[in-house]
Design a protein around this ligand. Structure first.
Ligand code: NAP
Length: 290
């Protein structure tokens, strides 16, 4: 049986509509306008596209946005000074520094400098810790998008065997930690994390009720590595000459799976919308609105 296609493009539109209403109400009732600042250093084309898409989403939803483009030779001290100013700016509730940074800038120092209450990427150690403790102010955007896709598609995580392929700080580790939380909605799963040190990857992936793949390798997962009825969340974005592909062999796995996300149009559109959600959440936190 062909799988249900989990359309992130549709679900993200639905969340945008919800956010529009929330933002309108924030303005009307409390005179609060959520604000997001994005800092882009250098001329990386993919980063420019991501920052542009974030600006566009802000405009569409009525979020105030400030974009700071800095030359590639910007020093770490100069970048930290921009962050310090934004930390104090009451119009700004979210600060996003587009990664990767040029090599001469220490990424950890930059993330540490962002006020955790404005860290809408949720990469600051305080926010990573709060996520693990199960008391997050913000959830990181891509894992949060994955969790929303599961919830809104009616995929049961409670008691499910989840296998995550990839242990990066932005996808693998946070999604695994979110799904083990003792919360029956979108969590309470038994989670295995696989990586390049995993012996016999297929022996793990074949056990998965829900398989989340963030390896950054086209066809890292093939149909013989999954069981019938699996739910597959493909986080991968690989640019091939033939176009964008994910990390799983979509065409063959969709014949075995119960549900699967496409690439593009799956996890990707969710990431930006969850960033907008975090910015709104931050504006509410700053205004003392629960
Ligand atoms: P990353 O930092 O490169 O991490 C990849 C992880 O996968 C590593 O932990 C690596 O193991 C593991 N891995 C790679 N090949 C493997 C294999 N054959 N078997 C088992 N494990 C393997 O990547 P990332 O930042 O998490 O991103 C992963 C993918 O998701 C990329 O394609 C990226 O573009 C995409 N992505 C998409 C979005 C979105 O919004 N759609 C957001 C973020 C990332 P080791 O740790 O042992 O090296």
């Amino acid at each position: 049986m062909a799988a249900m296609i989990i359309k992130g493009s549709e679900i993200s539109k639905q969340i945008k509509e919800e956010l529009k209403l929330e933002i309108t109400e924030l303005k009307k009732k409390y005179n609060v306008i959520p604000g997001l600042a994005t800092i882009l250093i250098g001329e990386d084309e993919a980063s420019k596209v991501y920052v542009g898409a974030k600006e566009k989403a802000c405009k569409e939803l009525g979020i105030y946005s400030e974009r700071i483009d800095l030359p590639v030779n910007t020093t770490e001290a100069e970048l930290l000074a921009h962050i310090e100013r934004l930390n104090k700016d009451s119009k700004i509730h979210g600060i996003l520094v587009q990664l990767p940074l040029p090599k001469h800038i220490n990424e950890a120092n930059v993330i540490d400098a962002i006020d955790p209450k404005k860290d809408v990427d949720a990469f600051h150690p305080v926010n990573v810790g709060k996520l693990i403790l199960g008391v997050p102010d913000f959830l990181p955007c891509t894992p949060h998008g994955i969790q929303e896709l599961l919830i809104r598609s009616g995929i049961e995580t409670n008691g499910a065997e989840v296998v995550v392929v990839g242990r990066s700080n932005i996808v693998g580790k946070p999604i695994a930690n979110m799904l083990i939380q003792k919360n029956k909605k979108g969590a309470n799963a038994t989670v295995t994390i696989c990586h390049t040190g995993t012996k016999d990857l297929a022996s793990h992936t074949k056990r998965a009720d829900i398989l989340i793949v963030a390896a950054g390798r086209p066809k890292a997962i093939t149909a013989d590595m999954v069981k019938d009825g699996v739910v597959v969340i493909d986080v991968g974005v690989n640019r091939l000459e033939t176009g964008l592909v994910g990390d799983v062999d979509f065409e063959t796995i969709k014949e075995k799976a119960k549900a699967i996300t496409p690439v593009p149009g799956g996890v990707g559109p969710m990431t930006i919308v969850m960033l907008m959600k975090n910015t709104v959440q931050s504006a509410k936190m700053h205004a003392g609105i629960s």
